[in-house]
Design a protein. Structure first.
Length: 305
């Protein structure tokens, strides 16, 4: 059990003041991509002005707005109750649930106050981290008392007061501060090794689907339908598999069973086509017959001998 706080405010000066959390990478807003990575949180608090999101969240705001990351973090923490909290910025296009799980797992087995990622240059990324919530409250209160509030204080003041464990992850720690960064992220997800997973994740978010299925099974089915039947059969067959799985109650098992049945049908269809092609010419000696096993000879009186 953990809570998540996502900081989605800020002026995005290096983006010319653009609405950075709403900038799309791979068809999804940066904020929605981060929310997908912390989908396992018991409660997710986004510190920013409310906006439409793919997942339900609790909205919070620092007072005054624009008071900086520590003030925003303090505002977000007020709506959390879990012992551990994941703190994230809203501009992490490659963050995934497994990275969040790695941060939390390391935190639970260590005696540290928090676990954060470092970027390729070894710099701390305190907004890609998991912390012990009581310790964050304690340090933020200390800093507020010391500096007569948290407005305008940089994140390094928080980091300096905490005992931290660091994990290197150059991909998950990549953030989008400039339009060049946005272009790099958009190009990377279209690379051969990433594009399919990115598309499936985007489609599930868009459709509101939480289902995890074996995409390899569906791809094999689509290939068999395309080659053994006709090319348009591939998308139509996978649609019918999804519909059948939904009628059967949904879930990975229902998808797998529907895909298995459809794949078997595609195999039988292809086998018949192969057999028909053989029987169109002179069948070689010993070739299997195309007659069904339960067929009987034609015994009509006028049957050819």
């Amino acid at each position: 059990m953990y809570d998540a706080v996502v900081l989605a405010g800020g002026g995005a000066r290096r983006l010319g003041g653009a609405d950075k959390p709403g900038v799309r990478v791979g068809g999804r807003a940066l904020l929605d991509r981060v929310l997908a990575a912390c989908a396992g949180a018991r409660s997710t608090v986004v510190v920013a002005a409310p906006r439409p999101t793919a997942r339900p969240v609790t909205w919070a705001r620092e007072d005054p707005p624009g008071g900086g990351p520590l003030a925003a973090l303090d505002a977000g923490l007020r709506d959390t109750t879990a012992e551990h909290v994941v703190v994230l910025s809203a501009d992490l296009p490659f963050l995934q649930e497994r990275t969040v799980g790695r941060l939390l797992g390391t935190l639970r087995t260590s005696g540290a106050d928090g676990v954060l990622l470092t970027d390729p240059d070894g710099r701390d990324q305190p907004l890609v981290a998991a912390y012990r919530t009581p310790r964050l409250h304690e340090v933020l209160a200390l800093l507020a008392d010391r500096h007569d509030g948290l407005t305008g204080l940089p994140l390094r003041r928080l980091v300096a007061e905490l005992s931290l464990t660091r994990i290197s992850d150059p991909v998950a720690s990549f953030d989008c501060d400039t339009w060049d960064d946005i272009a790099t992220a958009r190009a990377r997800i279209r690379e051969h090794g990433h594009v399919l997973d990115e598309w499936i994740s985007a489609a599930k978010d868009e459709l509101g689907i939480e289902l995890d299925v074996d995409t390899g099974v569906l791809l094999d089915l689509a290939r068999d339908a395309a080659h053994g039947v006709a090319r348009p059969a591939a998308p139509l067959t996978t649609f019918l598999v999804g519909y059948a799985a939904a009628r059967a109650g949904g879930g990975p098992e229902a998808v797998a069973e529907a895909a298995r049945k459809a794949a078997a049908l595609a195999a039988r269809w292809a086998a018949e086509s192969t057999s028909d092609a053989r029987s169109s010419g002179a069948a070689p000696s010993g070739a299997p017959s195309d007659v069904a096993p339960d067929a009987t000879p034609d015994t009509r009186p006028d049957a050819a001998g």
